[in-house]
Ligand binder design. Structure first.
Ligand SMILES: [Ca+2]
Ligand SMILES: [Ca+2]
Length: 361
């Protein structure tokens, strides 16, 4: 069952998957926007130093890592970490906020750029044949749930590589973000998140900051709200109710994304630290990082390992993502546990992955 939890999709593996299946891009498929040629983009600070929409997180020491029997090996051992005080966005970055950034800077996201085969092949097994040109077009991963039960270790059953999908066309050509201005922005890569944070004069949280903030001042609790099961009592987060990915009972009110701040905040007044969208952190992902940290008695402001290593896919350079999404439930990934670690290729955009920023200035 291990690969159920580790098989978050990423761009490079999907290219590989599709190349092998040769099942993408129907002849004549059109891209709405002109493919971009990987521009070098210099983003500078907007100059706005206000803390509007942020909350202050007082620093402290906590035990980082898994709190219950669902903890996976990479969440252990639990180890002592100290983080300094910082400010954090109270909610996930929204479409409206990201649109402001793009309007001001002209930024072009990863998903809107033509994939660079020379870069891509570095993350694929040697000798991997170049996919057809019809695959190497601006695209992103779109959640396309089946209507029948499927094997949970076969993510190709509910993800599709959709030409033209991007933050402003989240489901591909013909889709848009009108009316969802207060929903989290999606289909953004780690690079895109970094660029946005730079423009607003902030940065991405470290994994240690993110988990500390998600705990909301509680000690060794499983979720941001405490220890009560997500399936009990009042809905607490936007997760997947029912059988993933074919049936959603809509107990929490949302089959897909929810507007930010639709559920109660945690003890630090942070919203959606569980569910809605996964959130990029600044750290590289290594499965053995906690074991390395635990050799020290206490670690101050850990910033992650110097390189990435996921034993399941060692060639892929992955960043940490946190908090789970609308696609998580108890049988699939329980990503809404505060200690749950996940990882994704830094060049991925997906339907259930966004971010928020922090500041220590
Ligand atoms: Ca839901
Ligand atoms: Ca979230």
């Amino acid at each position: 069952m291990k690969n159920i939890y580790t098989s978050i999709l990423h761009y490079s593996s999907l290219i590989l998957l599709l190349a092998s299946c040769n099942q993408l891009s129907k002849p004549g498929a059109e891209i709405e926007d002109t493919p971009q040629q990987n521009p070098k983009q210099e983003i500078t600070f907007s100059g706005d130093t206000s803390k509007t929409g942020m909350v202050y997180i007082p620093g402290g020491t906590y035990m980082m890592g898994g709190d219950n029997a669902q903890a996976s090996a990479d969440e252990l051992p639990k180890h002592e970490v100290t983080v300094s005080s910082f400010w954090m966005d109270e909610h996930e970055v929204t479409n409206a906020q990201f649109a402001q950034f793009v309007k001001a800077t002209g930024y072009i996201t990863t998903a809107e750029q033509k994939p660079d085969w020379e870069e891509l092949k570095k993350q694929l097994p040697p000798g991997t044949p170049k996919p057809a040109d019809s695959l190497l077009v601006p695209s992103s991963l779109v959640f396309t749930p089946p209507t029948h039960l499927v094997e949970l270790n076969d993510y190709g059953q509910w993800w599709s590589w959709v030409p033209g999908a991007s933050w402003k066309h989240p489901n591909g050509k013909g889709s848009g973000i009108a009316g969802t201005e207060n929903y989290p922005v999606i289909q953004v890569s780690w690079d895109d998140a970094m660029a946005y944070c730079k423009w607003v004069g902030k940065r991405l949280p470290t994994e240690a900051e993110w988990e500390y903030a998600a705990r909301g001042g509680l000690k060794n609790n499983i979720y941001p709200w405490g220890n009560e099961s997500i399936n009990t009592g009042k809905p607490k987060a936007n997760s997947w109710d029912g059988s993933f990915p074919d049936k959603n009972t809509k107990r929490d009110g949302y089959v897909n994304l929810a507007p930010v701040k639709s559920f109660d905040p945690n003890g630090y007044k942070l919203y959606d630290m569980a569910g809605n969208v996964w959130e990029w952190c600044s750290d590289w992902y290594r499965d053995d990082y906690y074991k390395i940290l635990a050799q020290q008695r206490n670690t101050n402001n850990p910033k992650g390992p110097s390189d990435s290593h996921d034993p399941d896919e060692p060639l892929i350079q992955k960043k940490v993502i946190r908090g789970g999404s609308f696609m998580c439930n108890e049988s699939y990934c329980s990503g809404y546990r505060t200690a749950r670690r996940m990882k994704s290729s830094y060049d991925s955009g997906m339907s259930n992955l966004g971010f928020r920023c922090v500041s220590t200035n």
